[in-house]
Structures are given as structure tokens and as C-alpha cells.
Design a protein around this ligand. Structure first.
Ligand SMILES: *[C@@H]1O[C@H](CO)[C@@H](O)[C@H](O)[C@H]1NC(C)=O
Ligand SMILES: *[C@@H]1O[C@H](CO)[C@@H](O)[C@H](O)[C@H]1NC(C)=O
Length: 214
């Protein structure tokens, strides 16, 4: 029987880096000490399974392309490379508990959505984006284990920004409420604020309503 260690470092990292849209600076990266634990075979969700690196690469590309540090052709080349890596990436074989497959599915749907939006920022309503949102919503709706819910903030954020259909928005808003009520997660409000602001922009017909890095 595996010991359940809940470590939300991935969420802390995402909040401090991606939500506040700071530059990735290799000198002041938080370096969570996950190596010691990886030897014992413990899965720290997101930290030693490849997800953290994938998120950092996508975020770095997003940030650099929006702040003019890379041109369009470099953006496309890099995005295609990350896309291929994400398409072949697999969750660890030995998962620490139930509902991890759905949790990983929600992340891959969200990360594909994010990459797609970096490449096609005006194409949020595309069938391709909306079917990825649908897939992510389905995966998230299967997750009921309380300890896993805080991890859903990241896919909820990305898939929330890409949501245009009422049923998706209602689901995402409801799940944010649920996490706020049932976990000790302080970050919900900041995630919700950005997502709801994007919905207002989308409803007003503003282009790139999903974009939170200006
Ligand atoms: C884009 O940037 C890369 C790397 O700086 C450079 O090699 C390439 O020539 C640039 N492409 C265009 C079309 O400006
Ligand atoms: C470069 O990318 C920007 C932002 O995605 C876009 O607005 C612009 O049209 C692109 N330019 C070219 C030449 O593709």
C-alpha cells in the first residue's frame, strides 16, 4: 500500500510563475527537492513525472512570444516540438491512487489547449479547441477525491479561459466554488477572477479574450 503524500508544489509554481506572468529566470527558480523522493518511487504529482517541465516550456514560449522575445517562426517551431513531446508523453506506470488517470487526462487536454491558443490566439471557438475543452471537462467531472481537487485549478484555469459554451462555464464555475468550499486552497479567487474576466471579454466580442499575458 502506498503512502499518500500530497504535495502541491506544482500549484505553487504555477501560481507564482504563470498566473502572475513573470519571466522564467533560471537563477531564481524555486527548486523543490523532489529528487530525494523520486528514488523511493513516490510519485509527486506534476513534479517528477514530466508535467512540470512541460508546463515550464509552454509558459516560457507563451511569455516570450507575447513579449516579443521570439518571432513567429520560432514560436511555431518550438510549439510543434512541445506538441510532439506532449503527444508521446505518458503518465507514470504506477499511479499512487484512484482517479489519477483522469487527473492526468485533464492536464493533457489543458496543455494541448494552451499550446493551440499560443499558436492560434484568435481561434478559441474552433471545433478543435472546443473538443479539447469538452474532453478536459469530462475528465475533471470524474474526479471526486478531495486531495486531488486543488490540482484541478491548473486545468480549470486553462480550460476555463478557452470555454465559450454555457455548460462548460457552469461546470468550471461550479467546480471552482466546490474547491473553495471544501479545500484549504487560498488561490481559488485569483484563478476565478482571471477566468471570469475572460468570459466577460469573450461575451463582449473582444478578440483574444483568453489571453492573460498582455
Ligand atoms: C526568427 O528568430 C530566429 C532566432 O532568433 C532567427 O534565426 C530567424 O531568422 C528569425 N526568423 C524571421 C523570419 O525573422
Ligand atoms: C505574428 O504573430 C502575431 C501574434 O500571434 C500575429 O498577430 C501576426 O499576424 C503574425 N505575423 C505574421 C507575419 O505571421
Amino acid at each position: 500500500m502506498s503512502v499518500l503524500i500530497m504535495d502541491y508544489t506544482l500549484l505553487d509554481l504555477f501560481t507564482s510563475l504563470v498566473i502572475s506572468a513573470t519571466a522564467i529566470d533560471s537563477h531564481n527558480q524555486p527548486h523543490p527537492d523532489s529528487c530525494a523522493l523520486s528514488n523511493s518511487g513516490t510519485i509527486l504529482f506534476g513534479m517528477n513525472d514530466g508535467l512540470r517541465d512541460m508546463i515550464k516550456r509552454i509558459y516560457s514560449l507563451h511569455y516570450r512570444s507575447r513579449t516579443g522575445k521570439v518571432n513567429n517562426s520560432t514560436t511555431i517551431t518550438e510549439a510543434v516540438g512541445i506538441w510532439q513531446d506532449l503527444a508521446t508523453w505518458q503518465p507514470p506506470d504506477a499511479l499512487p491512487g484512484d482517479q489519477y488517470p483522469e487527473l492526468y487526462d485533464s492536464y493533457t487536454s489543458a496543455l494541448f489547449t494552451w499550446l493551440y491558443l499560443i499558436l492560434h490566439p484568435e481561434s478559441m471557438c474552433d471545433e478543435k479547441v472546443q473538443s479539447m475543452v469538452e474532453k478536459g471537462v469530462l475528465a475533471m467531472s470524474a474526479i471526486t477525491v478531495l486531495e486531488l481537487l486543488p490540482f484541478l485549478l491548473i486545468p480549470l484555469f486553462i480550460l476555463g479561459l478557452a470555454s465559450v459554451q454555457d455548460e462548460h462555464r457552469d461546470f468550471i464555475g461550479g467546480l471552482l466554488d466546490h474547491i473553495e468550499e471544501h479545500t484549504a486552497c487560498d488561490e481559488v479567487e485569483v484563478y476565478r477572477t482571471i477566468v471570469e474576466r475572460s468570459w466577460e471579454s469573450q461575451d463582449q466580442g473582444l478578440p483574444r479574450s483568453w489571453e492573460w499575458i498582455q
